[in-house]
Design a protein around this ligand. Structure first.
Ligand SMILES: [Zn+2]
Length: 386
């Protein structure tokens, strides 16, 4: 490992309308929209798990002129590839590139929670460098020993990814600190540790990452606290960490994982549907118990300079609510496309809502819908909401 990490090669030409996650995040941190300079906004990373999810996201980006960030986790890649994450990576990235070529905005594709610790994780990261525009190098947790990875090891493993990805023009997101909660079977931890400011300088200098996910109190998954409780993020620590990073390089951007904020109208809709069908699986209480992060907390992070916010749970919930609604509307329509359309349109509505909340619209062109008029509602078609 040489002393100075390789700089991100910004001359790399990606397929039409594709760029790195870092390029989109830096624009957001600097408040750049078209030729204008506005206040800071954020780029929500949408976790994509099926082709309709890609379609829904592109529809939302194109309607709003947003920067688009599609995140692919290990388990999503396995799903796309029927168990083979490398094949999943090939087909998903090919599909996204073809959609991007027809799009009106710029898109980044990002490996979510790629690790360089396990043999299988390493293979996925190496293949992602060939197919995506950005990768996460999450080496912050020693999952076997159930403890935080020692700083030196995290630095060394992350630096290996930077050495491989930066010369090819891909941005790399590192993680420092351990995030609690469960995102999927590959990403879960029973404990959390805040990012230690004393370690940040060394981590950033020696890895050379331009994107960092610190831990400041967010959590993965739909249950971010006891029912009825509120998530309290350590915004003070967020400011302190950003100050340290800005001194090293003002182009370093921060990422909030576990930033899902739940939509009350989605939970209400799901509960109504479950009641209509007499809640056959006793699921109502689970819906009532979900705890997300309040949006004002996330807004505080965006103002501080966090410009990638990872949101997944609320989109999954929207999908499931819409499916319950579709089945309640009719369970005798023998047409896959109809149920598909209901869930895909619901996802589009959810994505639009999150993009507007994050201020990520009018970046590549003026929005095609009236942003101020938009109301997220699962009971009405999208065409009536704008
Ligand atoms: Zn995450």
């Amino acid at each position: 490992m040489s002393k100075i990490p390789p700089k991100l090669n910004t001359d790399r030409k990606f397929p039409t309308n594709m760029t790195t996650a870092h390029a989109l995040c830096l624009k957001a941190k600097n408040g750049e929209k078209g030729n204008k300079k506005t206040k800071r906004y954020a780029v929500p990373a949408f976790n994509i798990t099926h082709f309709q999810g890609v379609n829904a996201a592109f529809q939302a980006f194109d309607l709003l002129g947003s920067s688009g960030l599609l995140a692919l986790s290990n388990s999503a890649l396995k799903h796309f590839g029927e168990g083979d994450p490398i094949f999943g990576l090939e087909v998903a990235s090919e599909y996204i590139a073809k959609k991007a070529a027809r799009s009106s905005v710029k898109i980044a594709t990002h490996l979510d929670h790629g690790d360089y610790i396990s043999e299988s994780g390493r293979k996925v990261v190496q293949a992602s460098v060939q197919h995506l525009t950005s990768v996460m190098a999450d080496n912050s947790t020693d999952k076997k020993a159930k403890k935080a990875m020692p700083l030196e090891d995290n630095i060394e493993l992350t630096r290996e990814v930077v050495d491989m990805a930066h010369p090819l023009g891909l941005s790399v997101e590192g993680e420092l600190g351990v995030l609690a909660g469960e995102e999927d079977e590959d990403t879960k931890s029973e404990f959390s540790t805040y990012t230690n400011p004393d370690e940040l300088d060394q981590f950033l200098q020696q890895t050379g990452v331009l994107m960092l996910a610190p831990t400041i109190g967010t959590m993965h998954g739909p249950n971010k606290g006891k029912p009825g409780s509120k998530v309290k993020l350590n915004i003070e620590l967020a400011h302190e960490l950003l100050k340290i990073a800005d001194v090293i390089n003002p182009e370093i951007t921060f990422v909030a994982h576990g930033a899902s904020t739940l939509y009350p109208q989605v939970a209400k809709f799901a509960v109504e549907q479950l009641e209509k069908m007499s809640d056959p699986t006793d699921s109502k209480q689970k819906w009532l118990d979900f705890v997300g992060t309040d949006w004002d907390q996330i807004e505080g992070l965006i103002e501080a300079g966090f410009c990638k916010i990872n949101t997944d749970t609320e989109n999954r919930q929207t999908f499931l609510s819409a499916l319950l609604g579709a089945i309640n509307e009719t369970a005798s329509k023998i047409d896959i496309r109809w149920y598909d359309k209901q869930t895909t349109e619901a996802l589009t509505k959810s994505y639009i809502q999150k993009l507007i909340m994050a201020g990520n619209y009018g970046v590549w062109h003026e929005p095609k819908i009236d942003v101020k008029k938009y109301r997220f509602d699962l009971t009405r078609p999208l065409s009536e909401l704008v």
